[in-house]
Design a binder for this molecule. Sequence first.
Ligand code: SF4
Length: 747
Amino acid sequence: MSDDRTVFRTCPLCEATCGLQIEIEDGAVKRIRGDQDDVFSTGFICPKGSTLKQLYEDPDRLRKPVVRQGFDVDGAPVFVEVEWDEAFAVVADKLTAVRQAYGNDAVGIYLGNPNAHNLGWNTHARAFLKAIGARSVFSASTVDQMPRHVASGYLYGNGLRMPVPDMDRSDLLVLIGTNPYVSNGSICTAPGYPDRIEAVRARGGRVVVIDPMRTRTAEAADQHLRIRPGTDAVLLAAIVHHLIATDQISLGRIGTIVDGVDQLGAAVKPFTPDAAASVTGIDAETIRVLADEIAAAPTAAVHGRIGTTTVEFGTLTTWLIDVIAIVTGNLDEPGGAMFPCSAVERVRPNRTGRPYRVGRWHSRVNGNPEVQGELPVGDLPDEILEPGDGQLKMMFTVAGNPVLSCPDSHRMDEAFASLEAMISVDIYLNETTRHADVILPPGSPLEKDHFDIAFSNLSIRNVANFSPVVFETDQPAEDDIIARLSMIVTGMGDGDPDLVHDQLVSQILANEVRTEGSPIEGCDADRLAAMVTGERGAERVLDALLRTGPYGDAFGANPDGLSVEKLRDHPHGIDLGPLASRLPAALDTETARIDLWAGPFLDELARLEARATEWGADDRLRLIGRRHLRSNNSWMHNLDVLVKGQPRCTLQVNPADATGLGLVDGGRAAIRSRVGELTVDVEVTDVVMPGVVSLPHGWGHDRAGARMTVAAANAGVNSNVLTDPTALDPVSGTSVLNGIPVEVAPA
Ligand code: SF4
């Protein structure tokens, strides 16, 4: 019987969560386009969205587990396919051997960025992390957005409570270090981001972009301010300085719940616009005018992303962005910076929380503090390579390729190669997983259910959208794999993963019936557990979360509320409305108030003042990264449709610098940092400002033993060979990936 149908689902490839319309003909994907009826994206799609077809069909994508059985004569690993039970048995043996020889502290975990987009990981991660009990947890967050979590933790008492720009109602949108015309947005789920930017201007608002590069977003803005990489905190402190000096502080509604505003003036006193001009490269009058505009706009949203977080003062920069929202009355107000309310958020009465804490433990070798339960990924090679108690001997990696995406790649590669055991959950045999003993491949995105648990917390509109499996497969999804791994680490290796799924559902319901203010407070948890629906583990956990969430059906008490079944009946999603003001109820701080100085920000401002003086006298070239519409970090480089065309892994150099350095367009350059050196193709362009060079990350697919044929044919160079693992934002442990001092010369 032919399998012809049209299905709708959410694209899981980036934070934009676009709705897709997928036409199936004879059991194969014929075409993917934007879903015009999707309640949020209304037909928007980028070139990556349609490549779910190519990803599903990619012959390099692993369909069965593989186990490494030695190396060939060239030293490349040899993998053989095995059945799932055999693969899990090898995992159990490896784990037992390492634990017996070295103890549980010898086991670590690395989590890659795609986990955030994965339903099974989001529903089951906690069970696995708790079961394994590892303190050496590393993730892509410390080469990305960790400063946002830490700033939120100190300000709002919850590292996951992140304000997003309510751009659909903003009169002034200020974008710093972000290029949503090609990234499609981050820490801001807004499908059709470019259209939304244009809508701000169409209704008479203004868009300002602050970036060292004239990005596509900058070209579309009313104003583009070129800033020296890594100096955003100085600019933002100067804006706060000017607002105070000109008596333009107006907290509005939240004024009654914010402490510490009186100390701001003294704290930012050194950061006058004149002083900031020589550091940032933006003249003092322009800074003053921008501050005046933010203060005068009926509504204003300032949003910073990767260029503001992967720098030495990433957490301070993020804090300053929120401080500007607070002192101009734009926090928690329509058109300003607002807090989404996800369909799976827990319903709790307004209550005080606990102090936000970091540093509950520290990295063994470098002594860096834990944040959000993680250690800085820049510390990972030392934790593996340096001998001593607690040295890591075994790693689990889940959907990650840290050899390409984390600092000091050569040493990261050496570290993974030295492990006694390594288990990877990944769809590819890539530059990192080639070191694994076992690779456990989940199915493709079209072979699993999807719901954006993480990004509904970052969405500029509250929506809910469930995507059921498109194609059945024998490959388990992440929830089943993680359930099996959880059972292995707790000594129940042959158990049925349904035990873990059911336990997660029971825990959610048992917790909710005990919680004051929950929609099912006081109900019989066992009776409700029997009412949970879903064929798969993650779907059942999601059903329990949705039904007990703020829009849930509360198992019948609110008949019009959400459940997985209801979302299945709405394949284009359900719109839950615009963002609404949520403070003070959404605060989890100890005082139920916002204390501007709960974190180390006074010390950080003093440190910034000292560093700014050094920056003013430092004219070394600075390396920054860049995004491309057809690239998504390292893991989508194996799809020909996305990598074909002109090579994109080039070093962009401003014409003035090229002349001074003797570089020519199309020539080759040697670029050297404190830790590494690369030879790379040169692209001379005034897109980058003088004094700055740019190289994209995620490339360098040239390691023997990886099995990503298309990526290897378009290898590029790995920018993280240049990234210094000791350079980090000390508050969040996030590596400095933007503004790296480099020397460049003709190769
Ligand atoms: S913008 Fe993101 S979510 Fe939308 S189609 Fe592209 S990759 Fe998918």
